[in-house]
Every structure is written in structure tokens, then in C-alpha cells.
Design a protein around this ligand. Structure first.
Ligand SMILES: Nc1nc2c(ncn2[C@@H]2O[C@H](COP(=O)(O)OP(=O)(O)OP(=O)(O)O)[C@@H](O)[C@H]2O)c(=O)[nH]1
Ligand SMILES: [Mg+2]
Ligand SMILES: [Zn+2]
Ligand SMILES: [Zn+2]
Length: 423
């Protein structure tokens, strides 16, 4: 891999191919690309004081959710619209509710107006994807958000409900581990859609800009929790293809407890290794995802995928640092509201070394061959081994969970990189 910040890396960042035309929005629900002027509207109906259309069964929405419950809504219509508003052709009432013309799910204004980045999160069964999403979002809403001067706000009510119900309540309030994610074949896929807004009011910027003129950058973040089960075989995987194809970045999680070579480093209290399952081996899961992506992108054999991929070892709390005290991975990230490039390179090199030491070097070689850009990470969402299906007595103590996202934000031009003592 090219070291972070080297000239070719910087060139790659600037020359990142435009994966999506700027005048298009990618629907975070059905992943159809919608030209901005084709975004549809939903009549306000009788909401508030006004007189509007009666609710009707929305067949497109019912088809998406797989149920007619909650699909009786004021009609959807197509209109050119001005400033995100249009008048209903049936009742004349002005509406600002925008929806996807294909699946009729709501497209929140913030999502229509900010560059959307879809981050696909993949990994074999039981690698810790759901736990990671729960903790990453919690950290972005709290500690890391404050550090970066960034706010993370859900774009729609369904995201708020789903995050609370499926992630925050069990893990943080009830301290229970999350259940195995059900296959997309049986439950509709629901994305978590957030808007991350950063005020780039770093001291250096402020010195040049008058107060109140700090630069604000927004990014719509769409996360999907895939079921590891769905990535085991080639057939079911197709359900996820549209999601993967639409992804602007991939976070690929690897559980070191599932790598036989890593067992010598695993602490005693960690659970025993799962029974061998070649379909769930990290390299095989990654290869399945990669092959599908290559076909969709229509790449020649000598071309590499342009999507940046962050590969993170999960559950690193279960690894004893060897040699003790000298592990960058186990150190706290130097927090300065920027991406510390020295730290980034050190962690990357350490994880690469570990993979080779564990006889899993193929994974790293494959990444290098297939992707124009990848970076290696180590994270722990829980910070300790769970006890009998519950979070350990110390509570959720995340370690470096935000690192892959910080790297991606840096790649998307929303976060500065620093070296040494600068910044
Ligand atoms: N030690 C440790 N264990 C973890 C951590 N995160 C997850 N685990 C363990 O890994 C198990 C699986 O985590 P999940 O987040 O449900 O895994 P998943 O990838 O979503 O699994 P599927 O939904 O089946 O694809 C948990 O029940 C925990 O026992 C961590 O940070 N540290
Ligand atoms: Mg899961
Ligand atoms: Zn849609
Ligand atoms: Zn109407």
C-alpha cells in the first residue's frame, strides 16, 4: 500500500473519480440514482390547517416495505419544483416533502442538498458489525463529535427509531449484546441515514476568516447493517449488490478471533474459535464482495476498484499487545480534531505486520491488487470481553472505533491531516 500522505496518495485523493454525477442523488433506500430535477414530491395532505388530498395506498412504498401498514399516504406527484417545493397538481397545496420517484421513501431535504456518501459495512458472520455500528454512531454523537466540532443528526424519524430500538437501547441501556442480524431475504433492509456537519473552524482557519464565516461542510452518511449470513454464499449476496455498487466507501471488518494464526495472541478470557467455515473466511467474503463490485463497475482485469476500502480488525481488546507497551494499536489515538498521519501510518504498518504474522497476509496482498486504495485499522467497540451475553462490568469502552471514519472523512476532504506537533 502507498503510505498515507505520500505524493501519489495525495494525487489519488484529488483525482478520485466522480462516482456519481453531482446533479444526481442516490436514493439511500433503493439505491436508484435520481437526477435532482426528477426528485418527486408527496402532497402535504391534511397535515396542519390546510385542505389537501386524501390518503391513498402507496403501492411503491408498500412494495418496498413489504407491507401495506403505514403505506396509506397523500399521493406522490412529479413536478419540477423550486427551492425544494412544489404545488400539488390535485389540491394546489404547496409541499416540501420530497420522495424517491422509484420507491417513494422520503428523501430528507438535508440529504438532497448535501453530497451523500454511502458507506457499506461488510464482514463475515459474528465479526462485530452491528456492535460496531451501534458504538460508532454513539461516539459520533458524543465524544468524537465534540472533538471534531461535528454534529451527527438523523435524517429521518425511521433512523431515530431504528437506532434506539435495535442498537442503543439493548447495548447501552440494557447492556445486552445485539442479536444476530436477520438475512435481507426475510426482513426489509433499512438504512441508517445521518447528516454529519462539521464547522471547519480550526484555529488556522479562524485566523484568516472573520468570525461567523467559518466553513461548514456536510456529508450525508448512509450506513447499512448487513447480515454476515448473507455474505456466505454467492446467491444471497446479490441482494446486497445494489448497496455495494452504490457505496462510495467500504468498511470491511475482520474478526481476529476467527483467524487461526492469531490465537497465540488472544487473551485467555476470549471465547474459543468458531468451527472452521471456509465460506466465512475473511478472504473469501472479501473476494465475493470484490468480484461482484468488479462486475458492476465493468473493470478490465488490470484495473483496480476506485472505491476506498478501510479494513479493520475488530475486538482488539481480546488481543494481548506484543511486545507489551509498544503497540500503536493499543494506544489511544492522539486526539486533535484531525487525522494524525504519523499515527495512521504506524497503525497501518502494525496491522499489516500482524496479518502476515498470522498467516493471513493474502488478505493484504489481495487488497493491494484489487483496490486503488486501502487502509488497515484495529478497533474495539466494547473495549472488553462480554460476559454471558452481556456487556462486561466496565460498560462499553470503545477504542479507536472512529479511526476508519476519520480516514474516510480525510479522503472526502472534510478533515485535515496533521503530522508531528503541527496542528
Ligand atoms: N471482545 C469483544 N467482543 C466483541 C466486540 N464486538 C462484538 N463482540 C462479540 O462479537 C459478537 C458478535 O457481534 P455482532 O456485532 O452481533 O456481529 P455481526 O457482525 O453483526 O454478526 P451478524 O449479524 O451475524 O453478521 C458479540 O455478540 C460479542 O460477543 C468487541 O469489541 N470486543
Ligand atoms: Mg449483525
Ligand atoms: Zn428509492
Ligand atoms: Zn394534494
Amino acid at each position: 500500500m502507498t503510505p498515507v500522505g505520500s505524493p501519489s496518495r495525495i494525487a489519488a485523493r484529488i483525482a478520485l473519480p466522480a462516482l456519481r454525477a453531482e446533479d444526481e442523488v442516490c436514493c439511500p433506500y433503493c439505491f436508484e440514482r435520481v437526477p435532482r430535477r426528477r426528485i418527486a414530491f408527496r402532497c402535504m395532505g391534511r397535515a396542519g390547517r390546510g385542505q389537501g388530498c386524501d390518503p391513498v395506498l402507496d403501492e411503491e412504498l408498500a412494495a418496498y416495505t413489504g407491507s401495506t401498514a403505514g403505506a396509506s399516504l397523500p399521493p406522490v406527484f412529479e413536478a419540477a419544483g423550486r427551492g425544494g417545493r412544489a404545488d400539488c397538481p390535485h389540491c394546489g397545496r404547496t409541499t416540501a416533502r420530497r420522495v424517491c420517484p422509484h420507491c417513494h421513501n422520503p428523501l430528507p431535504p438535508a440529504y438532497c442538498d448535501s453530497p451523500g456518501r454511502i458507506v457499506a459495512l461488510v464482514g463475515a458472520k459474528n465479526t462485530g458489525k452491528s456492535t460496531y455500528i451501534a458504538v460508532l454512531l454513539h461516539e459520533l454523537m458524543n465524544r468524537v463529535g465534540t472533538e471534531l466540532d461535528a454534529s451527527l443528526v438523523a435524517c429521518d424519524d425511521r433512523t431515530i427509531d431504528r437506532y434506539k430500538r435495535d442498537f442503543a437501547r439493548p447495548l447501552y441501556e440494557e447492556r445486552r449484546l445485539l442479536p444476530t442480524t436477520t438475512s435481507a431475504a426475510t426482513a426489509p433492509r433499512e438504512p441508517l441515514v445521518y447528516l454529519l456537519t462539521r464547522t471547519r473552524s480550526a484555529r488556522r482557519l479562524r485566523a484568516r476568516l472573520p468570525l461567523g464565516r467559518e466553513r461548514v461542510a456536510s456529508l450525508a452518511l448512509v450506513l447499512f447493517d448487513t447480515a454476515g449470513e448473507d455474505l456466505r454464499s454467492r446467491d444471497v449476496r446479490d441482494l446486497h449488490l445494489r448497496y455495494l455498487e452504490a457505496a462510495d466507501a467500504i468498511i470491511f471488518l475482520v474478526d481476529p478471533l476467527q483467524l487461526p494464526g492469531a490465537r497465540t495472541m488472544v487473551r485467555d478470557e476470549a471465547p474459543p474459535p468458531p468451527p472452521a467455515d471456509p465460506d466465512s473466511e475473511p478472504i473469501n467474503v472479501l473476494a465475493r464482495v470484490t468480484e461482484a463490485l468488479r462486475r458492476r463497475h465493468g473493470l478490465r482485469p488490470d484495473e483496480r476498484l476506485p472505491v476506498p476500502v478501510a479494513v479493520a480488525l475488530t475486538k482488539i481488546d481480546a488481543l494481548a499487545p506484543v511486545p507489551a507497551g509498544q503497540s500503536w494499536l493499543h494506544r489511544a489515538r492522539p486526539s486533535r480534531g484531525a487525522l494524525d498521519l504519523d499515527d495512521r501510518e504506524a497503525v497501518d504498518a502494525q496491522v499489516r505486520g500482524l496479518l502476515h504474522e498470522w498467516g493471513a497476509g493474502q488478505l493484504e496482498v489481495y487488497l493491494r491488487q484489487q483496490y486503488a486504495e486501502h487502509a488497515l485499522f484495529g478497533v474495539s467497540a466494547l473495549g472488553g470481553t462480554p460476559v454471558r451475553g452481556r456487556v462486561g462490568p466496565g460498560g462499553v469502552r470503545p477504542h479507536r472505533v472512529e479511526d476508519p471514519l476519520l480516514w474516510l472523512l480525510h479522503r472526502f476532504g472534510m478533515l485535515d491531516g496533521t503530522r508531528g506537533n503541527e496542528g
